[in-house]
Design a protein around this ligand. Structure first.
Ligand code: ZN
Length: 188
């Protein structure tokens, strides 16, 4: 196994509803076709460029064998693993994950990254746009990863304990007791 030093996130730049209703395996085969079709129609690569692809419903599919360098980021394929999220068409590098991808993809990507980091150590997680002047994957991957979990809908924060109400003058038996105590201390 080659030494892994980084995980790089990508998107397929397809529309959110691209090939909706088709199986993940069919979509992966189509992406592979784009990558292996000879130039100029395709990329002319030996295999699909990414090591993993994550469908809109969170299904994770294998692409190229992770033992082999991928073809996903120019000049940085050695030692890196490329994961691509289906979607991201029209995204820009300053967008947020949620604008282009699903909560299922968020969870699946986090799980996959956790598995890979368990296998290969806590390698950095970056996006294609860190390495190239590209929008891909359509968000800031390190910032997304640092967030640790999808943003939750705002929940009302637990209320701090109510501030003690201003002391009321002691009345009744309590007042008598307090006066007694005060008197005892004065004597002491
Ligand atoms: Zn990319």
């Amino acid at each position: 196994m080659r030494k892994i030093t980084e995980i790089i996130v990508h998107c397929t730049a397809t529309r959110a509803d691209w090939w909706a209703g088709k199986r993940t395996s069919e979509k992966v085969r189509e992406i592979k076709r784009w990558h292996v079709t000879p130039k100029p129609e395709g990329r002319g690569w030996s295999d699909i460029g990414y090591h993993f692809l994550i469908d809109r419903d969170g299904t994770i599919a294998k692409g190229r064998d992770i033992a082999r360098d991928g073809a996903h980021v120019q000049g940085r394929n050695a030692g890196t693993i490329g994961i691509s999220l289906f979607g991201g068409h029209g995204s820009s590098e300053t967008d947020r994950f949620e604008e282009h991808f699903t909560p299922e993809q968020d969870a699946a990507l986090r799980n996959l990254i956790a598995d890979l980091r368990e296998q290969f150590g806590n390698v950095p997680v970056t996006g294609h746009n860190q390495d190239a002047a590209k929008a891909c994957p359509g968000f800031n991957a390190p910032a997304w990863f640092a967030r640790k979990a999808p943003p939750k809908p705002p929940v009302s924060a637990p209320k701090p304990p109510a501030a003690p109400s201003p002391a009321k003058p002691a009345t009744g038996r309590l007042a008598v007791l307090l006066r007694l105590l005060a008197a005892m201390f004065r004597k002491g």
